[in-house]
Design a binder for this molecule. Sequence first.
Ligand code: BUP
Length: 470
Amino acid sequence: MQSRKPHAALLASPGMGHLTPVLELGKRLVSHHGFSVTIFVVTTDTSLSQSQLLKPSQTSYHLEVVFFPPVDISSQIDQTTSILTQLAMMMREALPSLRSAISAMKVPPIALIVDMFGTEAFAIAEEFMMLKYVFITSNAWFLALTVHAPTIDKKEEDDHVNKQKPLVIPGCKPICFVDSFEPILKPNNQVYEEYLRMGTEISTADGILVNTFHELEPQTLAALNDKRKLGLVANAPVYPIGPLVRPAEPGVRSEVLSWLDMQPNESVIYVSFGSGGTLTAKQTTELAWGLEKSLQRFVWVLRLPVENDSAATVFKTSNGCADYANYLPDGFLNRTSKTGLVVPMWAPQTEILNHPSIGGFLSHCGWNSSLESIVNGVPIIAWPLYAEQKMNAAMLAEHIGIAVRSKVLPSEDVIERSEIEAMVRKLMVGKEGEAIRARVRMLKSWAEKALSNGGGSYNSLANVAKDCEI
Ligand code: BUP
């Protein structure tokens, strides 16, 4: 008798940074492990339009993708509400949609896999007797902090926040104060409470999937599965199943890719701060000068600066509408017209990183972007802005050695043009850049092995699949 395919339901929180890896996990469960998959996507008005960008890849993998009606939390928030708190609220609002979608199914899926913001849906999984998994779309070091956070004692926390002492995570590398994840610095705030709740709920899962691979974080992964270290609190087996990233699609063509075709191999630095990142007007000016003075080729995905500094008013056009060119130094576009390309808002990132002419990535170090750089063997200039990006930057630069970064924190201060120039030159033409490039190439090949048949990440997901057999 032929056994039925196991059916898994995946729940993705709003934003491309969450939806992209969830979709890749869904594809892999279908194509490598014989699952049928339904992906439930929680949307807001803006994230819905972003999600449409993924339409073509969905259909080719026979995934059922269900977009829940946009949630509205506007009455519950003000300007001070952090993004993490907002995401937790949105996921809470979407729980009734999830419950009715599952109860409308003839047979409930065998497993519910949620991202970190969706752990409150575990109660629904229990109601329908489903296995419950969490998929951490960031790295194992971040997971380690998250499951450890609820057990941090008051004195340790005070020492970290007031005396700026490193935060110790059992069995893992400590976190320097400057690289702290935002909620840890606000122990009496709602964001901290939400974060602790997530850490506690993650530990109740039947398994924790992480978008990483063994060779990238051997020490942390060992600590997470060791009952004498973090295994005690993580409580569930931890499965490194990555790096799951959106692959470059060969058919994609665009102005930027045609421009890259004309540049020498590894000569161009790609500059992007992610789907949520923006710079101030002053920092935008410094970056433009830094790129120009480095004399290196560049592709820069430019978003309109946030207007929280006085320089912004200087750049504003007379009718109040901003044009991206108005945020750049006078004559910049002309002077760099042969060596640089400025692309407003959005560019085909994975196809760009996969292009042979790309030699570096100046990145905000979101985890998807970081993994995309690794799988394409591209070294990084780390420019973290928010969320867990400072931890990612520390890991890439200091633990793994595939990035350079400034001592100035871009989220707190302006990085001057001379330093930007120096970092770009160091990465693109310096001896240090060569060593970094060699390391990232090695990681690229380890990442390929991890995902191939019989590799560490392949086997990890196969073990999850075994638990879901019916
Ligand atoms: Br911006 C941008 N083109 O111009 P995030 C992003 N992407 O294809 P991360 C593009 O969107 P955070 C663009 O390759 C990634 O697969 C990118 O990007 C793609 O995620 C996806 O949101 C999501 O920047 O950062 O890097 O994890 O921490 O902000 O979630």
